[in-house]
Every structure is written in structure tokens, then in C-alpha cells.
Design a protein around this ligand. Structure first.
Ligand SMILES: Nc1nc2c(ncn2[C@@H]2O[C@H](COP(=O)(O)OP(=O)(O)O)[C@@H](O)[C@H]2O)c(=O)[nH]1
Ligand SMILES: [Mg+2]
Length: 184
């Protein structure tokens, strides 16, 4: 099974944790196209970072049974959506990352799920919510229920993008859905 390559995509707005997540699980030094934020960049209040993703993150990880996973991180901002079909093509898994600090967490996640489901109809989907430790107002249950009520029945879990074991678990959970039967 050494020649089997699979592709996984992280998508999310600026500050969602894509670059960090990919860095956490990478065997190699990830390729990231980052640029310093210019001071007048429209930077939301929940941001405290000095760099932002302007294009893609990429890395590959070995899953342990010879399977190679190509991992991409793609920005979720709508003005960069020209990249979405290119990255989503052939993806077996899409993880929407969202920060609990993002006041638009729900609409942003819904939009990304809808768009990426259209672009990668064969893919499995999951949602990872970051920054649990920094935001106590965020209602995880309401968020998950709101996604479900919009028809998105999928794994939704807290994940600290800085923690290798948590990101690893999220990816394993998603990949394990590949062979699950749809009970829709
Ligand atoms: N406190 C905390 N910080 C996190 C968590 N997940 C990610 N971060 C931080 O959030 C910041 C933004 O992450 P980054 O990967 O650059 O986001 P990106 O724009 O989606 O690539 C980084 O400083 C991360 O270390 C988390 O669960 N808790
Ligand atoms: Mg980034």
C-alpha cells in the first residue's frame, strides 16, 4: 500500500489554527506561504498574531501503514475562494477549523461546509473548534446543534491546534469515517 496517497484539507478563517495544526502533525518542515500583516490590514479583534496566511500550507505525513497523507491548509476568506476547487479536488477529508474567539464562528463554518461539500462531494467532513482555553462564552453545544439543524451531521470537536495528539486524533477520527456506512 505504499503508493496510496490521500489528501486532507484544513480550511478556516485567519487565526483558526490551520498553520499550527499542520505544523503540529508534520514529520517534515511544512511549506507555508505566510506574510507579515501590514498594520492597516483589516484584522479582527480576536486576532493577536503577527502573520497571516496569504496562500497555502502544505505538508505530508506518513500514517504508519505506508499510507501517505498530503495535508493542505487553505484560507477560508471568501476573496481567496478561487483556490478552493484546486485544493479540494480529490480530497478524502476536509476539516473546517474555527476559533471559539471568532464572533462569526457559526456563519463562517456553515458557509465553508456548504461550499466544500459542493467541491468535494466524496470527502468526509469534520469541524475542529480551537481556543477553548481562551474563550469561555462560546457554547459548544449550541454550535454543534446549530450545525446539525442545518443538516451537517458530522464530528464536531474541540481541538487545540498546538497539541500534536489532539490534531492527530481529529485526523484519525475523520479518516475512520471513510469506511463508515451512511445511515442517512
Ligand atoms: N490558546 C490557544 N491558541 C491556539 C489554539 N489553536 C491555535 N492557537 C493559536 O492561534 C494562533 C493562530 O493560529 P494559526 O495556525 O496561525 O492560524 P491560521 O491563520 O488558521 O493558520 C496561533 O498563535 C496558534 O498557536 C488553541 O486551541 N488555544
Ligand atoms: Mg496560517
Amino acid at each position: 500500500m505504499t503508493d496510496m496517497a490521500t489528501k486532507l484539507v484544513f480550511v478556516g478563517e485567519m487565526g483558526a489554527g490551520k498553520t499550527t495544526a499542520i505544523r503540529s502533525i508534520s514529520d517534515m518542515e511544512p511549506i507555508s506561504t505566510e506574510m507579515p500583516i501590514s498594520d492597516d490590514t483589516a484584522l479582527s479583534a480576536f486576532e493577536d498574531k503577527s502573520h497571516t496566511t496569504v496562500a497555502l500550507d502544505y505538508s505530508s505525513i506518513e500514517l504508519g501503514d505506508g499510507e501517505l497523507l498530503h495535508v493542505y491548509g487553505v484560507p477560508g476568506q471568501a476573496y481567496l475562494d478561487f483556490m478552493w476547487p484546486i485544493v479540494a479536488e480529490g480530497a478524502i477529508g476536509v476539516i473546517v477549523l474555527v476559533s471559539a474567539l471568532n464572533p462569526r464562528a457559526l456563519p463562517s463554518t456553515l458557509t465553508l461546509l456548504e461550499r466544500f461539500r459542493g467541491l468535494a462531494p466524496e470527502a468526509c467532513f469534520a469541524v475542529g473548534v480551537t481556543c477553548q482555553d481562551r474563550e469561555s462564552e462560546f457554547s459548544f453545544t449550541e454550535f454543534r446543534n446549530a450545525l446539525a439543524s442545518e443538516g451537517h451531521r458530522l464530528p464536531v470537536m474541540w481541538v487545540d491546534a498546538r497539541e500534536t495528539s489532539q490534531v492527530d486524533f481529529l485526523i484519525k477520527a475523520l479518516l475512520s469515517c471513510r469506511y463508515a456506512e451512511s445511515i442517512a
